[in-house]
Design a protein around this ligand. Structure first.
Ligand code: FES
Ligand SMILES: [Fe+2]
Length: 384
């Protein structure tokens, strides 16, 4: 962890506590209700999400060369294979003959060949087309150009990040993840963590309602009064932007109780750090572990949430497993409070009570996110 980063957070947190607010220059804003209810908007946003790196799996679930994982994400059938080089490569899991899904959902450890269930075109673990039964029937086939479509793939912070649009296979996801990812990986235990307690589930709300909740601490004292509110200073969150990403620092009550020095300051002891990777991924960094939450829009009013916990090593005892599970349980109880409110908002959106949702100065990051998202969608549509 860089000294500057810790010292800077200490300075910012101290100034916010003295001023009794973290956002002296921020402006509130409004977001039109239609942004959360339009199917057309949701499908354009899904298209944009396919152009942004998505954390589709934990690197630790593909332990060694030959390990593979077949899944579907944002509507795209995917095949991930750890190559002999040690790197994970993602492919579109769709046959280049007549488009059948090549590998059914599942996983394995010894990829030798992937055989399409329709006419048995066969692909090597590196995606190359190896065999075509009765190939004389395809006199014009360029076998070397007919491998599975590759997708831009990197492994960062223990996660496999994939750009799901095959048109962008030459793009480097590291460029999008940027310096915020470098900062995340510099934290102890987060350069090569292992995954614990993954789960996916659905929420009956627009995915952006779940994002909005991550951008303000105004709701903590009320919505999280039964779980985590007591651990934090009321409504006090320092936000740094990294291009379209954000790092949010939610200050803990012990920051004012202990009054820690700037020298040797440990931000993870005195607050929660949330790393938000635009537009749909948050990694909440706790003192000794982190929680990933990635949002997959399924329509205007339905979202699949993918969660997993990143811990420094595989738990070596029942006691260690119980310790991590207790952390996971508290995280899930807290998120359930947020998601229940998001579902309640979604149900009320169609009532006509509001044409817009209103965000205060300390909630500025949410309307700012919405306008950045709209701009990105417009740029995509204009081919920029
Ligand atoms: S569709 Fe795959 S072999 Fe024909
Ligand atoms: Fe919350």
């Amino acid at each position: 962890m860089s000294e500057n980063f810790a010292a800077d957070l200490h300075r910012r947190a101290t100034a916010a506590m003295q001023a009794e607010r973290a956002d002296a220059d921020a402006h509130g804003g409004q977001v039109e209700v239609g942004q959360y209810t339009s199917d057309d908007t949701a499908s354009q946003e899904s298209k944009l999400l396919r152009r942004c790196p998505q954390p589709v799996a934990a690197g630790s679930s593909l332990a060694a060369p030959g390990a593979w994982l077949s899944m579907t994400h944002l509507g795209i059938p995917l095949l991930l294979v750890r190559q002999e080089s040690g790197q994970v490569q993602a492919f579109v899991n769709v046959c280049r003959h007549r488009g059948a899904r090549v590998v059914p959902e599942g996983s394995g450890n010894e990829a030798r060949a992937f055989v399409c269930p329709y006419h048995a075109w066969t692909y090597r673990p590196d995606g190359a087309l190896r065999g075509v039964p009765q190939s004389f029937g395809f006199p014009c086939l360029k076998q070397e150009e007919s491998g599975l479509r590759k997708l831009a793939t990197v492994e960062r912070a223990g996660l496999v990040w994939v750009i799901l649009d095959p048109e962008l296979s030459q793009k480097d996801p590291n460029e999008s993840l940027g310096s915020l990812m470098d900062n995340l990986e510099s934290l102890a235990g987060l350069s090569a963590p292992v995954a614990f307690a993954p789960r996916s589930y659905e929420v009956e709300a627009n995915w952006k309602l779940l994002v909005d909740g991550a951008f303000e601490a105004y709701h903590f004292k009320v919505a999280h009064r039964k779980t985590i509110a007591h651990m934090f200073v009321d409504n006090m969150q320092v936000i740094d932007e990294f291009d379209l990403h954000r790092r949010l620092y939610l200050i803990k009550a012990r920051f004012s109780e202990d009054a820690p020095e700037a020298t040797g300051f440990d931000p993870r002891k005195y607050g929660n750090l949330t790393y938000f990777f635009f537009p749909n991924t948050t990694i909440l960094v706790q003192p000794d572990h982190a929680q990933l939450s990635s949002l997959e829009p399924l329509g205007a009013s339905r979202t699949r949430v993918h969660e997993l916990t990143l811990i420094p090593e595989v738990p070596a005892s029942d006691k260690a497993t119980a310790y991590w599970q207790a952390n996971v349980d508290l995280y899930r109880r807290t998120l359930a409070e947020d998601y229940e409110l998001a579902e309640s908002i979604q149900r009320g959106l169609a009532s006509g009570a509001n044409d817009v949702l209103t965000f205060g100065t300390f909630e500025y990051s949410a309307p700012r996110f919405h306008s950045q998202l709209r701009q990105q969608v417009a740029d995509m549509q204009a081919g920029r």
